[in-house]
Design a protein around this ligand. Structure first.
Ligand code: PLP
Length: 399
């Protein structure tokens, strides 16, 4: 039996010549050769029998180093983002940690977007900061500001999130990748909000893509996970991070990997519906006097609308609003919806509402990444759009 972890087989199973939705369903998901089961089994095992010492079947030894269910997901991730290797982790932050820990050393500097996911900012500031790694937060949609923030020779990573969280700013990945290349900086894009169905940063020159697969990739709010995908040319870095994952151990378990793979198969069709529903809701909110501003790249009035049109194939399911009545109105809105349930997280089939200032972004209060307290963030699900619009109308009427 061929080693399932060899790059050749990973590539063979990827269906690189097929289109996105086909890859989402078939990459890494070949039927079980023993029984013909259409869906590859969940290899719920910690270890693998050896045919004599070192005689591994298919390259598998122990599930921290690799497990076939995780390999299947990693193959799928790499195929969707057009990278050379995918790695699957216990959470998005575990993936971020493994990458940064591999790349950075004390004294290094990181440039990070000023409205990235709060947990990413906390990881860089409070965990890596304790190991003498400095950072600067900038608006990554402002190229001149990014150029100014880079310390030549010391800045090792440029961390980009586009659309950003929660203000939905759009950053130009191709321009940032070029800037990073000139300065010898590794350009990392957190592609959680768009998902590879709408945006593939490696094609624009990014070196590494990060995911919280907890969100759109898993898509059903039933599993926490993270992923990394490396661009062609980053083979050596991919090897080093694979070693960090093996040696430090923040892997995803077989059942979590299975659930994520299962979710990914419907990613394309879900993202289409998320985008349609979000645009309808953004337009409705935009007409209402209680709403001061709608942050959604699908609106012509959004500053990143044109760039998003070039860089993305849809505008996604996330939007934020600023309430004219400030924090009290924002809190009332977040606590009054009914179909939109008040919860952290995003990207599931069900709609959620979040008050970033005290929820997802509470950890960045008092820092450069603080979110205004008039902001409410919506993760628009794939329910019937008329029911969602009714919920929005009723909520606005009560403000
Ligand atoms: C949720 C999220 C993360 C962190 O992922 P976890 O799976 O919660 O660890 C990172 N980036 C973005 C954009 C997120 O939304």
């Amino acid at each position: 039996m061929k080693d399932m972890n060899t790059p050749e087989l990973r590539t063979e199973q990827r269906h690189d010549d097929a289109r996105f939705d086909t890859r989402a369903i078939h990459a890494g998901q070949a039927f079980d050769p023993t029984t013909g089961a259409v869906i590859p089994p969940i290899y719920q095992t910690s270890t693998f029998v050896q045919d004599g010492i070192g005689g591994l079947r298919g390259g598998y030894e122990y599930s921290r180093s690799s497990n076939p269910t995780r390999t299947a997901l990693e193959t799928q991730l790499a195929a969707l983002e057009g990278g050379i290797r995918g790695l699957s982790f216990a959470s998005g932050l575990a993936a971020e940690d493994a990458l940064l820990r591999t790349v950075l050393a004390p004294g290094d500097h990181v440039v990070i977007g000023n409205d990235v996911y709060g947990g990413t900012h906390r990881l860089v500031r409070r965990i890596f900061g304790g190991w003498s790694i400095r950072h600067a937060t900038v608006d990554t949609s402002d190229l001149a500001a990014v150029r100014d923030a880079i310390e030549l020779g010391t800045t090792k990573v440029l961390w980009v999130e586009t659309p950003s969280n929660p203000l939905m700013k759009i950053s130009d990945v191709a321009a940032l990748a070029e800037l990073g290349d000139e300065a010898g900086v590794l350009v990392v894009v957190d592609n959680t909000f768009a998902s590879p169905a709408l945006q593939q940063p490696l094609a624009f020159g990014a070196a590494v893509v990060v995911h919280s697969t907890t969100k759109y990739l898993g898509g059903h709010s039933d599993v926490v996970g993270g992923g990394l995908v490396f661009a062609a040319g980053q083979e050596e870095l991919a090897e080093r991070v694979t070693f960090t994952q093996f040696a430090a151990g923040a892997i995803s378990g077989p059942f979590d990997a299975f659930l994520t793979s299962r979710g990914i198969k419907t990613l394309g069709i879900r993202m289409q519906r998320h985008s349609q529903n979000a645009l309808a809701i953004a337009r409705r909110l935009d007409e209402h006097a209680a709403v001061e501003r709608v942050y959604y790249p699908g609106l012509e009035s959004h500053s990143g609308h044109e760039l998003a049109g070039r860089q993305m194939s849809g505008y996604g399911g996330m939007l934020s609003i600023a309430l004219a009545g400030g924090a009290p109105a924002a809190r009332r809105f977040a606590e009054s919806t009914s179909l939109f349930q008040l919860a952290e997280s995003l990207g599931g089939v069900e709609s959620l509402v979040n008050y970033p200032s005290d929820m997802t972004h509470a950890s960045v209060k008092g820092t450069e990444a603080e979110v205004p307290d008039s902001i409410v963030r919506l993760s628009v699900g794939i329910e019937d759009v008329d029911d969602l619009l009714d919920d929005i109308d009723r909520t606005l009427a009560r403000l």
